[in-house]
Design a protein around this ligand. Structure first.
Ligand code: HEC
Length: 149
């Protein structure tokens, strides 16, 4: 392959997101990006409570608010009919929509409760462990039922 063609191939990969991957503007690309952000944010929060990161009250407050906002946004990017492509979503998402929505509401309730807990002043990290656990359990519960791997 000539250098110019290599450069072209590299450019094509950049524009098509992760090479061979999902169009970032598609519903699938958008929900996967939101889920990744949710993971980053919740890992930082969990890390602060487990001692992997230094606990900072302002950062915890900001992170829980961000997670609460994010937790409301992936669901609109699941279309009515299952989209083709590299999705980890099981067919069950579309076959058992009521249950899927129920677990989405559970996560939203858990992140809202985390925001309430993080409004305490002074803020003690020990009091955030249980509400954070509820958030993590909500992620896990839905993945076990609705994510392929
Ligand atoms: C109501 C169900 C549900 C809840 C709650 C949920 N997820 Fe997911 N998650 C999914 C489904 C379905 C997929 C697969 C999406 C796809 O590939 O189309 C997914 C995918 C992901 C992915 C992979 C994204 C990628 O790169 O492809 C991550 C990371 C993730 N979720 C993190 C989280 C975190 C963190 C939480 C909790 C804060 C959470 N999820 C809560 C259903 C859920």
């Amino acid at each position: 392959m000539k250098p110019t063609r290599l450069a072209l191939a590299a450019f094509a990969c950049l524009t098509l997101a992760a090479c061979g991957g999902v169009d970032p503007n598609s519903p699938m690309g958008q929900r996967q990006a939101i889920f990744k952000q949710m993971l980053n944010t919740s890992e930082d929060l969990g890390g602060m409570l487990r001692g992997r990161l230094a606990f900072s009250a302002p950062r915890f407050v900001a992170g829980s608010a961000e997670l609460d906002q994010l937790s409301r946004t992936p669901w609109q990017h699941f279309p009515q009919i299952k989209d083709e492509g590299d999705s980890r979503a099981k067919d069950d998402v579309w076959q058992r929509q009521l249950r899927f929505q129920e677990l989405a509401r559970e996560l939203e309730g858990a992140t809202a409760a985390l925001v309430v807990a993080s409004a305490a002043s002074p803020l003690h990290s020990a009091e955030l462990v249980a509400p954070m656990q509820r958030v993590e359990n909500s992620c896990k519960a839905c993945h076990e039922e609705f994510r392929a791997y």
